[in-house]
Design a protein around this ligand. Structure first.
Ligand code: SAM
Ligand code: SF4
Length: 329
Protein backbone atom coordinates (compact mmCIF):
# COMPACT_ATOMS: atom_id res chain seq x y z
CA UNK A 1 0.00 0.00 0.00
CA UNK A 2 1.19 3.53 -0.73
CA UNK A 3 2.07 5.41 2.44
CA UNK A 4 2.77 9.05 3.13
CA UNK A 5 6.40 9.84 3.91
CA UNK A 6 7.89 13.33 4.02
CA UNK A 7 11.36 14.45 2.99
CA UNK A 8 12.67 13.88 6.55
CA UNK A 9 11.56 10.23 6.44
CA UNK A 10 8.67 10.84 8.82
CA UNK A 11 5.69 8.57 8.14
CA UNK A 12 2.40 10.46 8.22
CA UNK A 13 -0.29 8.27 9.74
CA UNK A 14 -2.49 10.79 11.56
CA UNK A 15 -4.92 13.34 10.09
CA UNK A 16 -6.59 16.09 12.09
CA UNK A 17 -9.65 17.11 10.15
CA UNK A 18 -11.39 20.36 11.01
CA UNK A 19 -15.14 20.15 10.49
CA UNK A 20 -15.96 23.79 11.23
CA UNK A 21 -14.22 27.07 12.08
CA UNK A 22 -17.18 28.11 14.25
CA UNK A 23 -17.51 27.66 17.97
CA UNK A 24 -19.94 28.22 20.81
CA UNK A 25 -17.05 29.42 23.03
CA UNK A 26 -14.47 32.17 22.60
CA UNK A 27 -11.49 30.95 24.65
CA UNK A 28 -9.09 33.82 25.29
CA UNK A 29 -6.02 31.98 23.96
CA UNK A 30 -7.77 30.67 20.86
CA UNK A 31 -10.02 33.42 19.50
CA UNK A 32 -10.51 37.13 19.53
CA UNK A 33 -13.83 38.36 20.85
CA UNK A 34 -15.20 39.36 17.45
CA UNK A 35 -14.27 36.54 15.11
CA UNK A 36 -15.04 36.55 11.40
CA UNK A 37 -16.10 33.11 10.29
CA UNK A 38 -15.91 31.66 6.79
CA UNK A 39 -18.79 32.17 4.38
CA UNK A 40 -20.74 28.94 3.95
CA UNK A 41 -19.66 28.51 0.30
CA UNK A 42 -16.02 28.28 1.38
CA UNK A 43 -16.65 25.54 3.89
CA UNK A 44 -16.28 21.93 2.75
CA UNK A 45 -19.50 19.93 2.65
CA UNK A 46 -19.78 16.85 4.84
CA UNK A 47 -19.47 14.76 1.68
CA UNK A 48 -16.21 16.53 0.75
CA UNK A 49 -14.87 15.99 4.27
CA UNK A 50 -15.78 12.30 4.06
CA UNK A 51 -14.03 12.04 0.69
CA UNK A 52 -10.85 13.62 2.04
CA UNK A 53 -10.89 11.20 4.98
CA UNK A 54 -11.36 8.25 2.62
CA UNK A 55 -8.44 9.30 0.41
CA UNK A 56 -6.12 9.80 3.40
CA UNK A 57 -7.03 6.37 4.79
CA UNK A 58 -6.31 4.86 1.36
CA UNK A 59 -2.83 6.41 1.76
CA UNK A 60 -2.16 4.61 5.04
CA UNK A 61 -3.53 7.13 7.54
CA UNK A 62 -4.60 5.09 10.57
CA UNK A 63 -5.91 7.72 12.92
CA UNK A 64 -8.27 10.63 12.29
CA UNK A 65 -9.27 13.27 14.80
CA UNK A 66 -12.26 15.50 14.10
CA UNK A 67 -11.74 18.96 15.48
CA UNK A 68 -12.42 22.62 14.77
CA UNK A 69 -13.66 25.17 15.91
CA UNK A 70 -16.13 23.12 17.87
CA UNK A 71 -17.00 19.95 15.95
CA UNK A 72 -20.34 19.57 17.72
CA UNK A 73 -21.69 22.83 16.29
CA UNK A 74 -21.49 21.30 12.80
CA UNK A 75 -24.93 20.03 11.82
CA UNK A 76 -25.11 16.27 11.20
CA UNK A 77 -21.55 15.67 12.38
CA UNK A 78 -22.66 12.16 13.45
CA UNK A 79 -23.26 11.34 9.78
CA UNK A 80 -19.62 12.20 9.08
CA UNK A 81 -18.48 10.13 12.07
CA UNK A 82 -20.41 7.16 10.71
CA UNK A 83 -18.94 7.54 7.22
CA UNK A 84 -15.36 7.76 8.48
CA UNK A 85 -15.68 5.09 11.19
CA UNK A 86 -16.48 2.50 8.53
CA UNK A 87 -13.35 3.08 6.44
CA UNK A 88 -11.30 -0.12 6.17
CA UNK A 89 -7.77 0.43 7.50
CA UNK A 90 -8.68 3.16 9.97
CA UNK A 91 -7.62 2.14 13.48
CA UNK A 92 -8.86 5.09 15.52
CA UNK A 93 -11.46 7.80 15.09
CA UNK A 94 -11.29 10.52 17.75
CA UNK A 95 -12.74 13.95 18.41
CA UNK A 96 -11.63 16.98 20.39
CA UNK A 97 -14.58 18.92 21.77
CA UNK A 98 -15.25 21.64 24.30
CA UNK A 99 -17.99 19.35 25.61
CA UNK A 100 -20.69 21.99 25.84
CA UNK A 101 -23.06 20.21 23.44
CA UNK A 102 -21.92 16.71 24.26
CA UNK A 103 -24.61 15.64 26.71
CA UNK A 104 -27.39 15.21 24.13
CA UNK A 105 -25.02 13.87 21.44
CA UNK A 106 -22.75 11.42 23.28
CA UNK A 107 -24.86 8.31 22.63
CA UNK A 108 -25.39 9.15 18.97
CA UNK A 109 -21.65 9.75 18.43
CA UNK A 110 -20.73 6.48 20.10
CA UNK A 111 -23.27 4.55 18.04
CA UNK A 112 -21.97 6.24 14.88
CA UNK A 113 -18.52 4.80 15.65
CA UNK A 114 -16.56 7.52 17.44
CA UNK A 115 -13.96 5.77 19.59
CA UNK A 116 -12.11 8.41 21.57
CA UNK A 117 -12.91 11.82 23.00
CA UNK A 118 -10.76 14.67 24.26
CA UNK A 119 -12.63 17.31 26.23
CA UNK A 120 -11.07 20.70 26.97
CA UNK A 121 -11.44 21.93 30.56
CA UNK A 122 -9.18 24.73 31.79
CA UNK A 123 -10.88 25.45 35.10
CA UNK A 124 -13.20 23.71 37.55
CA UNK A 125 -14.52 26.99 38.92
CA UNK A 126 -17.66 28.07 37.02
CA UNK A 127 -16.92 31.80 37.05
CA UNK A 128 -13.33 31.41 36.04
CA UNK A 129 -14.32 28.87 33.40
CA UNK A 130 -16.65 31.48 31.96
CA UNK A 131 -13.91 34.13 32.00
CA UNK A 132 -11.43 31.95 30.14
CA UNK A 133 -13.97 30.74 27.58
CA UNK A 134 -15.82 34.10 27.60
CA UNK A 135 -19.19 32.34 27.19
CA UNK A 136 -18.74 28.71 28.29
CA UNK A 137 -20.90 26.92 30.85
CA UNK A 138 -18.88 24.54 33.04
CA UNK A 139 -21.96 22.65 34.22
CA UNK A 140 -22.92 21.81 30.62
CA UNK A 141 -19.39 20.55 29.95
CA UNK A 142 -19.39 18.37 33.08
CA UNK A 143 -22.79 16.99 32.03
CA UNK A 144 -21.20 16.22 28.65
CA UNK A 145 -18.35 14.35 30.33
CA UNK A 146 -20.80 12.31 32.42
CA UNK A 147 -22.90 11.50 29.34
CA UNK A 148 -19.81 10.41 27.43
CA UNK A 149 -18.84 8.01 30.21
CA UNK A 150 -22.36 6.63 30.35
CA UNK A 151 -22.33 6.20 26.57
CA UNK A 152 -19.29 3.95 26.97
CA UNK A 153 -16.36 6.16 25.94
CA UNK A 154 -13.19 4.80 27.56
CA UNK A 155 -10.06 6.71 28.54
CA UNK A 156 -11.50 10.13 27.85
CA UNK A 157 -8.75 12.74 27.92
CA UNK A 158 -9.00 16.20 29.40
CA UNK A 159 -7.00 18.97 27.71
CA UNK A 160 -5.99 22.01 29.76
CA UNK A 161 -4.17 25.12 28.59
CA UNK A 162 -2.50 26.69 31.62
CA UNK A 163 -1.98 30.47 31.79
CA UNK A 164 0.02 32.24 34.51
CA UNK A 165 -2.12 34.05 37.11
CA UNK A 166 -5.25 32.80 35.44
CA UNK A 167 -5.55 29.10 36.15
CA UNK A 168 -2.04 27.94 37.10
CA UNK A 169 -3.25 27.58 40.70
CA UNK A 170 -5.65 24.85 39.51
CA UNK A 171 -3.13 22.38 38.13
CA UNK A 172 -3.39 20.05 41.12
CA UNK A 173 -7.19 20.34 41.26
CA UNK A 174 -7.40 19.45 37.57
CA UNK A 175 -5.15 16.42 38.09
CA UNK A 176 -7.20 15.36 41.13
CA UNK A 177 -10.39 15.71 39.10
CA UNK A 178 -8.95 13.65 36.22
CA UNK A 179 -7.85 10.93 38.66
CA UNK A 180 -11.32 10.84 40.28
CA UNK A 181 -13.00 10.63 36.89
CA UNK A 182 -10.60 7.98 35.52
CA UNK A 183 -9.64 10.37 32.71
CA UNK A 184 -6.19 11.05 31.29
CA UNK A 185 -5.15 14.69 31.30
CA UNK A 186 -2.82 16.68 29.04
CA UNK A 187 -1.40 20.10 29.75
CA UNK A 188 -0.75 22.24 26.70
CA UNK A 189 1.59 25.22 26.47
CA UNK A 190 -0.15 28.13 24.75
CA UNK A 191 0.93 28.49 21.13
CA UNK A 192 1.22 31.83 19.30
CA UNK A 193 -1.49 31.20 16.74
CA UNK A 194 -3.45 34.26 15.65
CA UNK A 195 -3.16 37.77 17.05
CA UNK A 196 -4.89 38.16 20.41
CA UNK A 197 -4.85 41.31 22.54
CA UNK A 198 -6.60 39.87 25.59
CA UNK A 199 -3.36 38.88 27.33
CA UNK A 200 0.39 38.91 26.85
CA UNK A 201 1.32 35.40 25.80
CA UNK A 202 4.86 35.77 27.09
CA UNK A 203 3.71 36.81 30.54
CA UNK A 204 1.10 34.03 30.62
CA UNK A 205 3.55 31.29 29.69
CA UNK A 206 3.87 28.43 32.17
CA UNK A 207 6.30 25.72 31.14
CA UNK A 208 5.37 22.06 31.21
CA UNK A 209 8.36 21.42 33.48
CA UNK A 210 6.97 23.76 36.11
CA UNK A 211 3.57 22.05 35.94
CA UNK A 212 5.17 18.60 36.08
CA UNK A 213 7.23 19.56 39.14
CA UNK A 214 4.11 20.64 41.03
CA UNK A 215 2.25 17.45 40.11
CA UNK A 216 5.24 15.27 41.00
CA UNK A 217 5.54 16.89 44.42
CA UNK A 218 1.92 16.20 45.33
CA UNK A 219 1.17 12.89 43.61
CA UNK A 220 4.52 11.40 42.60
CA UNK A 221 4.89 10.52 38.93
CA UNK A 222 6.61 7.82 36.93
CA UNK A 223 7.83 8.67 33.41
CA UNK A 224 6.11 6.50 30.88
CA UNK A 225 7.88 5.21 27.81
CA UNK A 226 4.63 4.82 25.91
CA UNK A 227 3.99 7.17 23.09
CA UNK A 228 1.05 7.86 20.84
CA UNK A 229 3.52 8.67 18.09
CA UNK A 230 2.81 12.31 18.70
CA UNK A 231 4.04 15.30 20.62
CA UNK A 232 2.82 14.30 24.10
CA UNK A 233 5.21 13.14 26.80
CA UNK A 234 3.42 10.95 29.32
CA UNK A 235 3.74 10.17 33.03
CA UNK A 236 1.87 7.75 35.26
CA UNK A 237 1.01 7.59 38.95
CA UNK A 238 1.89 4.68 41.21
CA UNK A 239 -1.65 4.41 42.54
CA UNK A 240 -3.78 4.91 39.42
CA UNK A 241 -3.69 4.00 35.75
CA UNK A 242 -4.51 7.58 34.72
CA UNK A 243 -1.86 9.24 32.56
CA UNK A 244 -0.75 12.83 32.58
CA UNK A 245 0.65 14.22 29.34
CA UNK A 246 2.46 17.36 28.30
CA UNK A 247 2.34 19.08 24.95
CA UNK A 248 5.26 21.47 25.09
CA UNK A 249 5.87 23.23 21.78
CA UNK A 250 8.12 25.79 23.47
CA UNK A 251 10.04 23.89 26.09
CA UNK A 252 10.42 20.47 24.39
CA UNK A 253 10.39 20.60 20.64
CA UNK A 254 8.58 17.56 19.30
CA UNK A 255 8.89 18.04 15.55
CA UNK A 256 11.25 15.15 14.87
CA UNK A 257 8.50 12.71 15.87
CA UNK A 258 5.74 14.48 13.96
CA UNK A 259 3.39 12.00 12.31
CA UNK A 260 0.49 14.29 11.44
CA UNK A 261 -1.01 16.74 9.00
CA UNK A 262 -4.13 18.87 9.22
CA UNK A 263 -6.93 19.77 6.85
CA UNK A 264 -8.82 22.98 7.58
CA UNK A 265 -12.53 23.23 6.90
CA UNK A 266 -11.79 25.27 3.76
CA UNK A 267 -9.88 22.25 2.49
CA UNK A 268 -6.36 23.54 3.05
CA UNK A 269 -3.96 20.69 3.73
CA UNK A 270 -1.57 22.16 6.29
CA UNK A 271 1.70 20.33 6.63
CA UNK A 272 2.68 21.92 9.94
CA UNK A 273 0.86 23.77 12.72
CA UNK A 274 3.59 26.41 12.80
CA UNK A 275 4.10 27.06 9.07
CA UNK A 276 1.91 28.19 6.20
CA UNK A 277 2.94 25.54 3.63
CA UNK A 278 -0.28 24.08 2.30
CA UNK A 279 -2.15 22.52 -0.60
CA UNK A 280 -5.64 23.64 -1.63
CA UNK A 281 -7.67 20.42 -1.74
CA UNK A 282 -10.95 22.29 -2.20
CA UNK A 283 -9.67 23.86 -5.42
CA UNK A 284 -8.57 20.45 -6.67
CA UNK A 285 -11.94 18.91 -5.87
CA UNK A 286 -14.24 21.75 -6.95
CA UNK A 287 -12.49 23.65 -9.76
CA UNK A 288 -10.09 21.08 -11.19
CA UNK A 289 -12.48 18.20 -10.57
CA UNK A 290 -9.78 15.60 -9.85
CA UNK A 291 -10.74 11.99 -9.22
CA UNK A 292 -9.56 10.11 -6.12
CA UNK A 293 -6.35 8.99 -7.85
CA UNK A 294 -5.55 12.62 -8.68
CA UNK A 295 -6.23 13.64 -5.09
CA UNK A 296 -3.98 10.84 -3.84
CA UNK A 297 -1.14 11.94 -6.14
CA UNK A 298 -1.44 15.58 -5.04
CA UNK A 299 -1.39 14.61 -1.36
CA UNK A 300 1.64 12.35 -1.84
CA UNK A 301 3.51 15.23 -3.54
CA UNK A 302 2.47 17.71 -0.86
CA UNK A 303 4.39 15.68 1.76
CA UNK A 304 7.57 17.18 0.29
CA UNK A 305 6.36 20.58 1.55
CA UNK A 306 6.33 19.45 5.16
CA UNK A 307 8.94 21.55 6.96
CA UNK A 308 11.41 20.06 9.40
CA UNK A 309 10.07 21.99 12.40
CA UNK A 310 8.02 24.90 13.69
CA UNK A 311 9.69 28.10 14.91
CA UNK A 312 7.30 29.35 17.58
CA UNK A 313 8.81 32.32 19.38
CA UNK A 314 6.86 34.14 22.08
CA UNK A 315 9.18 37.14 21.94
CA UNK A 316 7.98 38.07 18.46
CA UNK A 317 4.55 38.91 17.08
CA UNK A 318 2.85 35.71 15.91
CA UNK A 319 4.07 34.67 12.50
CA UNK A 320 1.04 32.51 12.02
CA UNK A 321 -2.02 34.70 11.76
CA UNK A 322 -4.36 31.71 11.65
CA UNK A 323 -6.17 31.15 14.92
CA UNK A 324 -6.07 27.66 16.39
CA UNK A 325 -9.81 27.46 15.67
CA UNK A 326 -9.09 27.93 11.95
CA UNK A 327 -6.26 25.45 11.97
CA UNK A 328 -7.99 22.58 13.63
CA UNK A 329 -6.33 22.20 17.04
N1 SAM B 1 -13.29 23.33 20.33
C1 SAM B 1 -12.64 22.11 20.65
C2 SAM B 1 -11.93 22.21 21.98
O1 SAM B 1 -11.78 23.30 22.52
O2 SAM B 1 -11.55 21.16 22.48
C3 SAM B 1 -11.67 21.63 19.58
C4 SAM B 1 -10.81 22.65 18.91
S1 SAM B 1 -9.64 23.47 19.96
C5 SAM B 1 -8.84 24.53 18.83
C6 SAM B 1 -8.49 22.13 20.28
C7 SAM B 1 -7.54 22.35 21.43
O3 SAM B 1 -6.67 23.41 21.11
C8 SAM B 1 -8.21 22.71 22.75
O4 SAM B 1 -7.79 21.79 23.73
C9 SAM B 1 -7.70 24.08 23.05
O5 SAM B 1 -7.52 24.27 24.42
C10 SAM B 1 -6.39 24.12 22.28
N2 SAM B 1 -5.95 25.47 21.91
C11 SAM B 1 -6.64 26.44 21.30
N3 SAM B 1 -5.88 27.53 21.08
C12 SAM B 1 -4.64 27.23 21.55
C13 SAM B 1 -3.41 27.93 21.60
N4 SAM B 1 -3.26 29.16 21.12
N5 SAM B 1 -2.34 27.29 22.15
C14 SAM B 1 -2.47 26.01 22.63
N6 SAM B 1 -3.61 25.31 22.61
C15 SAM B 1 -4.68 25.91 22.07
FE1 SF4 C 1 -13.71 27.10 20.70
FE2 SF4 C 1 -12.05 25.13 21.25
FE3 SF4 C 1 -11.11 27.51 20.45
FE4 SF4 C 1 -12.20 27.30 22.84
S1 SF4 C 1 -10.34 26.24 22.15
S2 SF4 C 1 -12.63 28.90 21.34
S3 SF4 C 1 -13.75 25.81 22.53
S4 SF4 C 1 -12.31 26.12 19.26
Amino acid sequence: MTTLVDSFARRISYLRLSVTDRCDMRCVYCMSEDMQFLPRAEVLTLEELARIARVFVSLGVQKIRLTGGEPLVRKNVSWLVHEIAGLPGLRELAMTSNGMRLAPLADELRTAGLQRLNISIDSLRPERFREITRVGDLEAVLAGLRAAKTAGFQRIKINSVILRDRNDDEVLDLVGFARDQGCDISFIEEMPLGVIDEHDRRAAFVSSDEILARIAEKFGVIPSTESTGGPSRYYRFADSDVRVGFISPHSHNFCSACNRVRVTVEGRLLLCLGNEDSLDLRHLMREVGVDDAGLQAAIINAMQLKPERHHFDLSEPPQIVRFMSMTGG
